[in-house]
Design a protein around this ligand. Structure first.
Ligand code: C5P
Length: 403
């Protein structure tokens, strides 16, 4: 487990994003960390110490002047007996206090007393995040060595306003914690990875195209997870509605032909993960003009021709990356089809999933995959696509560790 034995002091301050801290506690503990929670008075307006304590399996510290807590642990020990202080969510108010060295409650006092690394996940209204005062405070805090994760762009829970201010998702915070705790050691630093993601659009004419239901969520999450481990990532994305993940080169393409060209142009690389749901066929000769309806006449027929198989091309390329991973989206005989694909495409690993409509996987947020290699099969549990990505990135890092 990546965070085995690590002690995280989690400061939860008052914002609606506090509800995500419950999931964050679970994620941190799943990875072997212990979580000792501290809540501000504001945080307790949003979530209860009871829920936080139950998930953390620890006492929740809330009061600087609690005689009992001071006798048992004490705020100075709280500030020092941990490997990392994590603030999630970090409000504008708490950041302002930190920047100015104020210490009028337990959270701010700990933050002034600690000598441990501090990571903050800000969450606030976009106008508050963009305010000159907050900008000044964040700048000052960065100068003091405080690390930040997020905030992300997105719609605000309360007001529906958009802009940067949403707290980073729990898994992104976990990745930032891992990075911070491993002293910036990134197992995939110096490794180049090419990821394909999303569907392709194959034009019929200037306004119509052939497409599929791929959302790009899985491929984008894998690109982000590899970047978090230090890989130099090129993401070649088909048309999707999700945002570009930060910290990588993103090339947007429409057709399979363009996707292949972009992938080949990005070679050489150490890792290729071909997640895109590339259309198998394209229209043999797409029309330059919109195809018109002619009532009474026979319907147009579409002659199809095969698209290039990008995975197969990369798997057999003279500049073949050391590790080539493909996906197999099947609705029947998942495992035997994936095994055949491993051979045919020249891949080292096939991540196979059942995309029958009943599974809700295609376009959905979760995934249940089998990892198929020449040596054997591993069934992973039903996981969030982000978790599949984090696990796959860890598996990739493991391969490179073994040389
Ligand atoms: O043959 P099938 O489409 O099931 O193979 C799926 C795998 O091959 C995926 O990894 C997909 O990204 C890749 N693929 C590709 N180019 C194609 C078709 C599939 O890279 N034209």
């Amino acid at each position: 487990m990546v965070l085995a034995g690590k002690r995280i002091l989690l400061i939860i301050s008052g914002g609606i994003a506090a509800y995500k801290s419950l999931d964050l506690i679970r994620r941190l503990r799943e990875r072997g960390a212990s979580v000792r929670p501290v809540m501000t008075a504001g945080a307790q307006q949003f979530i209860t110490p009871l829920a936080v304590g139950a998930l953390a399996a620890d006492h929740v510290f809330t009061d600087l002047f609690s005689r009992q807590d001071e006798q048992d642990v004490g705020h100075i020990r709280l500030a020092r007996d941990c490997d990392l202080v994590l603030i999630a969510p970090a409000t504008a108010d708490l950041l302002a206090k930190m920047a100015n060295g104020l210490a009028d409650d337990l959270a701010s006092t700990i933050l002034l007393a600690t000598d441990r690394p501090v990571l903050a996940a800000p969450a606030m209204n976009p106008k508050m995040w963009a305010h000159a005062a907050t900008k000044r405070n964040v700048e000052m805090l960065r100068g003091d060595g405080i690390a930040f994760v997020g905030p992300m762009k997105g719609e605000m829970a309360e007001s529906g306003e958009t802009g940067a201010g949403r707290m980073a998702e729990p898994l992104e915070i976990v990745a930032a914690v891992e990075m911070r705790l491993h002293d910036g050691a990134k197992p995939l630093a110096g490794k180049k990875a090419i990821i394909t993601s999303g569907p392709t659009h194959e034009p019929i004419d200037p306004v119509r195209y052939i497409a599929n239901r791929s959302s790009g969520r899985q491929g984008h999450a894998i690109a982000a997870a590899l970047a978090a481990l230090g890989a130099d990532v090129t993401l070649v994305s088909g048309p999707v509605t999700i945002p570009d993940p930060p910290g990588m080169r993103v090339i947007h393409v429409e057709r399979a032909d363009d996707m292949r060209d972009a992938v080949l142009a990005a070679l050489p690389a150490d890792i290729a993960v071909m997640v895109a749901a590339v259309a198998d066929w394209k229209v043999a000769s797409a029309s330059d003009q919109k195809i018109k309806k002619h009532p009474g006449e026979s319907l147009p027929t579409l002659a199809l021709t095969e698209n290039p198989d990008i995975l197969k091309t990369v798997g057999h390329h003279t500049q073949r990356p050391k590790l080539v991973i493909g996906f197999a989206a099947e609705t029947q005989d998942v495992e035997s089809n994936a095994r055949a694909k491993l051979e045919r495409k020249g891949a080292d690993i096939i991540v196979a999933n059942d995309v029958s409509p009943a599974t809700g996987i295609m376009g959905g947020t979760h995934n249940r995959v089998k990892i198929i290699r020449h040596g054997g099969v591993e069934q992973w549990p039903d996981l969030d696509k982000d978790d599949v990505a984090v696990r796959l990135a860890a598996l990739i890092a493991e391969q490179f560790k073994q040389g």
